[in-house]
Design a binder for this molecule. Sequence first.
Ligand SMILES: Nc1ncnc2c1ncn2[C@@H]1O[C@H](COP(=O)(O)OP(=O)(O)OP(=O)(O)O)[C@@H](O)[C@H]1O
Length: 256
Amino acid sequence: MSTALLKLEHISLSFKAVKAITNISFAVAPGEICALIGPNGAGKSSLLNVINGVYQADEGTISYDGETRHIMQPHHAAERGIARTFQNIALFKGMSVLDNVLTGRNLKVQSNWLEQVFNLGRAKREALVQRKKAEEIIEFLQIQQWRNSLVGNLPYGLQKRVELGRALAAEPKLLLLDEPMAGMNREEKQEMSRFILDTQAEFGTTIVLIEHDIGVVMSLAQHVVVLDYGKKIGDGTPEQVRNNPEVIAAYLGTKH
Ligand SMILES: Nc1ncnc2c1ncn2[C@@H]1O[C@H](COP(=O)(O)OP(=O)(O)OP(=O)(O)O)[C@@H](O)[C@H]1O
């Protein structure tokens, strides 16, 4: 088996008296889609926040792309190619689709503010490159016709796609998706699933996603990690997890 791109070892995290994550370890192989599942409050979002440095684990280590740390700093995570989307869409609603996707390119900008204000040589050239990249992502996600629309005016499903676009604009090595299909109907979920699979196939992106729809998880992920009350109760292929009695009892048998 190839070396993991991401490896969490013995991660624990508490919020005062609440133990959100207890001693969680798992590894994510390069290029795989790994789904984090579990009932509400199981610790899934907290775990994504530990991976990209928004929360700092009390214990444990994170190995990512050949480097092991006790905690990940948000800027370090972003610089090293970790991007994410959020459970509640976090876009600039008053800005166009194109401008939102362009914000995903911020870390790629090398010219300084003076060059940008006066649109000097390097800034000018860079702006063209950034725009070209953003347009490529927009085309990839088939949202060209809304390129100039204000994000706040778009239907929810499309906003979710724009958010994926902004994350992809950063050309991430590891993409963290927090409920990318929440609130979508069947058709929209199928569409989003296709874009996630296309992202994996086209860019080789490693993806860790949180999803409640088990049908979607089983058809999308190659690896499933199951959390319950902050603890890991399952870790394997969709087939292995589907047949794990502890998982069936804690999650698959429960309605959400
Ligand atoms: N910032 C915070 N402050 C205090 N407690 C928190 C915070 N974030 C999460 N928690 C608590 O940690 C536990 C795990 O929450 P988390 O949001 O990670 O679960 P989740 O599996 O993502 O849930 P959901 O599916 O509902 O989004 C819960 O008990 C939650 O109330």
